[in-house]
Write a protein that binds this ligand. Structure first.
Ligand SMILES: [Fe+2]
Length: 244
């Protein structure tokens, strides 16, 4: 237990230190201000039974391997804390009822809540911070929400479509700020996507999909072409849940 809590403390501390060196965006300071009033010591860590969807285990290893040298301290602390983390898929529970989030996203994501109101390592009701994983060739469809959101991308390149702008690629160690109700989408190429995603503002608000007419074309374009055996080998066809 002591080992678990200490590793989680170190991981959150590493992320906080990295953000303190990347304060160019207003939202970063808002996140740091909310973190500064929390007790981020081991005594405040919630005890969650570790779990990870088995089909993403190798993908998470690949993602950690893709974290650039500039974020090496985060990669190290994440690798150490990894056995103690509680990952869960977003099957649409963060969305308005009936939202068409798409199979690509539904089957290709998992979330580990570090700070937040539910199933989190540290409790907060006005700050949400999670590790957000998407497997390769996933389309995370256009959506919006009231909360102000920051992606601190640990891996890349990955594509973002912000509002009506065209897709743009972002490397590992990059920041994206989605202001309240601003539409955004993410597409993942060969490298698994791993990002620290933070919400401030109405963190209990639901996401709303923003329909676009190119989703199916994008998802077909991202669909892997390697043999089925290879996809199973890399975990891209797995569905089993969960595994400690
Ligand atoms: Fe978002």
């Amino acid at each position: 237990m002591e080992s678990q809590t200490n590793q989680v403390v170190q991981l959150v501390s590493a992320i906080r230190c990295a953000l303190e060196e990347r304060t160019g965006l207003e939202v970063v300071q808002q996140i740091l201000d909310r973190l500064s009033v929390l007790d981020l010591e081991a005594r405040s860590v919630h005890s969650l039974t570790p779990q990870i969807p088995v089909q993403f285990d190798k993908g998470l290893t690949r993602a950690i391997d893709h974290i650039p040298a500039s974020l090496e301290f985060i990669a190290q602390t994440l690798d150490t804390a990894r056995p103690y983390l509680y990952w869960q898929p977003d099957g649409g529970q963060f969305y308005e009822e009936g939202s068409d989030i798409g199979r690509s996203y539904r089957e290709g994501n998992m979330i580990c809540t570090l700070v937040g109101p539910v199933n989190s390592c540290f409790y907060s009701n006005d700050l949400f911070i999670c590790l957000f994983f998407l497997q390769p060739q996933t389309l995370y469809r256009d959506h919006m929400h009231e909360a102000s959101e920051m992606y601190f991308n640990l891996t890349g390149p990955c594509g973002f479509r912000l509002g009506d702008a065209d897709w743009a690629d972002y490397p590992g160690d990059s920041l994206v700020w989605n202001r309240p109700w601003a539409a955004h989408a993410t597409r993942v190429y060969q490298a698994p996507f791993l990002s620290v995603v933070s919400w401030v503002g109405n963190i209990n608000g639901l996401c709303r999909v923003v329909p676009r007419d190119d989703w199916l074309a994008l998802e077909n374009k991202l669909t892997p072409t390697e043999p089925l055996e290879s996809r199973i080998e890399t975990g891209m066809n797995g569905h089993a849940l969960p595994q400690v």
